[in-house]
Design a protein around this ligand. Sequence first.
Ligand code: S3P
Length: 169
Amino acid sequence: MCTIYLIGFMGSGKSTVGNRLSFQLNIKQMDTDTLIEEKKGKKITKIFQEEGEASFRKYETAILKSIVHNNCVVSTGGGIVEKKENIDHMKKHGTLVYLHASFDDIVNRLKYDQDRPLWNNDLENKYALYNQRHEIYLSCADFMLETDEKTPYTVADEVIELINQMKQE
Ligand code: S3P
């Protein structure tokens, strides 16, 4: 099996679904945000505050490229698609699955969130970012799965179905 990259907006369930997939398929899960936090020894919010978004994006690209396993699931940060370089890397090394959630669902899921610097904004800006990113996810994903009103278990099952279909082709 090649690497599965889970992409999608903040709060779309990439980490939880990745975790579930790792358990069900008995493969390794890598989470770019977690790896950055471990490597830098500080939370993403702190990196944004102290060093700014540009530094975070550099760390994100370096971490993405440092993942060498080819039998794993990678839960990415929502902004990984901001750099074409990252998209090219993921397309070269695996399959991109876009976990799509509606804007309303995201707003609901992240209503108490304090840990996402780019969500700390007014609704209009959040919506603009959501739409802008949606177009990029759509343009680079190999597959898109709807996540609204589904549990991470159901979504993980659907990813497994996709993988099985790919194996048969
Ligand atoms: C970001 C998403 C976050 C994290 C950082 C930036 C983004 O990850 O990487 O706060 O630009 O959308 P999640 O998608 O896991 O929330």
